[in-house]
Design a protein around this ligand. Structure first.
Ligand code: OSB
Ligand code: MG
Length: 369
């Protein structure tokens, strides 16, 4: 596949409601949309680096720089036979997983379209529908949180995840458990605690949570092993896992018993699959995390979550849970039974809504041969 042109678009999408976490408050989401034109097909990807370096050190400007000055020049004009070949040509770039994942996603889409198969098929997916959950930011009031959860359960979502932060934790878990005794419930701390907070987690251990996501340091693997030892509830790592090697360290140290795979955080679908396969061999369930993606990134997450060891519902929600209008047609919807259909058309399986994409584009740059 001859790589003829690659375009980057810095997009800014306004969230339907602000998203509050231990990292701060987000009103809109800035990402980079990557477009690759090759052999008469167009591939689309989304780099989930955000406007701020609070979840990850990467930001839109750092990812833009790495894409424009290193990753794109390494493949532009080349005739590439596989995604692996593209990855090999920029392998010497260290880190910058979100930048890499955006480009890799566009290449996967282009290759799948060339072969006339869906992205799910292309990466080894086996499911036609995936189970989905929803990630709820920190709410102002308990009543407000309960109303939100009721609404999402009524829409079919199979599990609820709430964000927690010191002082905004046990009371929410306690109230939700009282109100919804049987629902699948999990919490995400985004690294807001230390081992000094162990008593909070020992108390949380009594509420039958499916998992506790990333309670400790954002690069930590060792302290999580000390915490996991004291808990029945599985710890799930998000921020700390950037590769298969991190995954192996975390599983071998028993730092977590579940892994959240975000293709953006680990450099793309290729590394995601390696992590998925390793976890399957170790009986470690995985689920697909989210970064408030537009429909382009969401399509990739849906395809990834169709792999067999994605046995827990992902942070993959309907387009309308995030944005008034998505940039793909059709938008992603949740079925009444809490599943989402895996697109069957070639590549990402949805059309890019160019009018809407133009509206949310802040700046763009294209390189061609
Ligand atoms: O920690 O999983 C996270 C969103 C942005 C950054 C980090 C996280 C999240 C979410 C939202 O939890 C998941 C989604 O619905 O996209
Ligand atoms: Mg998380």
């Amino acid at each position: 596949m001859k790589i003829e042109r690659i375009e980057l678009r810095h997009v800014k999408l306004v969230l339907v409601s602000p998203f509050v976490t231990s990292m701060g408050i987000e009103y809109d989401e800035e990402h980079i949309i990557v477009r690759v034109d090759a052999d008469g097909v167009t591939g689309w990807g989304e780099s989930v680096a955000e406007g701020t370096p609070f979840y990850s050190y990467e930001t839109v400007p750092t990812a833009w720089h790495i894409l424009k000055d290193f990753l794109i020049p390494s493949i532009l004009g080349k005739d590439i036979a596989s995604v692996d070949e593209a990855i090999a040509s920029y392998a010497k770039v260290r880190g910058h997983m979100m930048a890499k994942a955006g480009l890799e996603a566009a290449l996967w889409d282009a290759f799948a379209k060339t072969r006339g198969i869906s992205l799910s098929q292309m990466i080894g997916g086996t499911r036609k529908k995936i189970d989905v959950g929803v990630s709820i930011g920190i709410q102002d009031s308990m009543a407000g949180l309960i109303t939100k959860v009721e609404g999402y359960l009524a829409e079919g979502y199979k599990r609820i995840k709430i964000k927690i932060a010191p002082g905004l934790d046990l009371q929410f878990v306690e109230a939700l458990r009282r109100e919804f005794p049987g629902m699948l419930l999990q919490v995400d701390a985004n690294s807001a605690y230390t081992l000094n907070d162990i008593d909070i987690f020992k108390k949380m251990d009594n509420y039958n949570l499916s998992l506790i996501e990333q309670p400790l340091g954002y690069e930590d693997i060792y302290d999580h092993s000390k915490l996991q030892r004291e808990l029945k509830t599985p710890i799930c790592l998000d921020e700390s896992i950037h590769s298969l090697d991190d995954t192996r360290a975390a599983i071998e140290l028993d730092s977590c018993r579940i892994i959240n795979i975000k293709p953006g955080r680990v450099g793309g679908f290729t590394e995601s699959k390696l992590i998925h396969n390793y976890c399957a061999s170790m009986n470690i369930p995985v689920w697909c995390g989210g970064m408030l993606e537009s429909g382009i990134g969401r399509a990739g997450n849906v395809a990834l979550a169709s792999l067999p060891n994605f046995t827990l519902p992902g942070d993959i929600s309907a387009s309308k849970r995030y944005y008034k209008t998505d940039i793909v047609i059709p938008e992603f919807v949740v079925n009444p039974d809490g599943t989402m259909d895996v697109p069957v058309k070639p590549g990402i399986g949805v059309e890019v809504n160019m009018r809407e994409l133009d509206k949310v584009t802040v700046r763009s740059v294209a390189q061609k041969i």
